[in-house]
Write a protein that binds this ligand. Structure first.
Ligand SMILES: [Ca+2]
Ligand SMILES: [Ca+2]
Length: 226
């Protein structure tokens, strides 16, 4: 399909839980004023109810980016998505993936592993460093480079509240240290260092760390109270 200012080639590529024929997936695109592209995707029943969309500008490079993630499509078998800013590219390629298919249960759908992260969709820990691919992506480490995944996690009894806490020493973007040593330990993997904020008073009556091999690293005086 040729559109003004954009040579749009649609790629029929699918990752499916069931044997959906990729040719049954229909992409169509409409270019809007300013170069935005309205992409419509229709697919057969049973393909997915959560759709990922990927785009790239150079097929030879093999690098795709995830442009629309985990969109709920239950009951519709269709997705309409606006690619704003598509007009800046000479060419734009798209493909779709089933966000519900994660063969190795590492938290990353097969399509994302294959197209974006270049990890093995059949292997939960591609680089064999003990940290699953999905956890490495969430932690910002390289899932393809063994040993790169270990990191320093922070605990501070005063701040921290959500699943992302522990990965920064100070509050930033809403995230900060975890509030307890126990929570920090649970979020860690073997080889990580757990840094405990100096001056903090941790009230952890049942502090019991399991079998993970981590380094506890207090920064100054730390009080642990039952
Ligand atoms: Ca996976
Ligand atoms: Ca790993």
């Amino acid at each position: 399909m040729r559109a003004r200012g954009v040579l749009l080639i649609v790629v029929l590529l699918s990752f499916s839980l069931v044997k959906a024929d990729a040719s049954d997936i229909l992409f169509s695109a409409i270019q809007k004023e300013g170069g935005d592209i309205r992409l419509q995707v229709q697919y057969p029943g049973g393909f997915t109810n959560r759709l990922d969309l990927f785009a790239c500008t150079n097929l030879a490079s093999g690098y795709w980016i995830l442009v629309s993630q985990d969109t709920i499509t239950a009951g519709t078998n269709a997705l309409s998505w606006l690619d704003s800013g598509a007009g800046q590219f000479q060419a734009r390629f798209y493909c779709a993936g089933d966000a519900g298919v994660d063969a190795d249960s590492d938290g990353l759908p097969d399509a994302r592993e294959t197209l974006v992260y270049r990890t093995n969709p059949a292997l939960p820990d591609t680089d064999f460093d003990g940290i699953p691919d999905g956890a490495e992506i969430a932690r910002g480490t390289d899932p393809s480079s063994g040993g790169s995944g270990v990191m320093r996690l922070y605990a501070d009894s005063d701040i921290g509240n959500d699943a992302y806490d522990g990965w920064a020493g100070a509050v930033g973007a809403g995230h900060g240290p975890k509030r307890s040593i126990r929570a920090t330990y649970i979020a860690s993997y073997g080889g990580d260092t757990l840094q405990l904020q100096g001056g903090a008073i941790f009230v952890e009556p049942m502090l019991s760390l399991g079998g993970k091999s981590v380094v506890l690293c207090p920064q100054g005086e730390v009080t642990l109270r039952p």
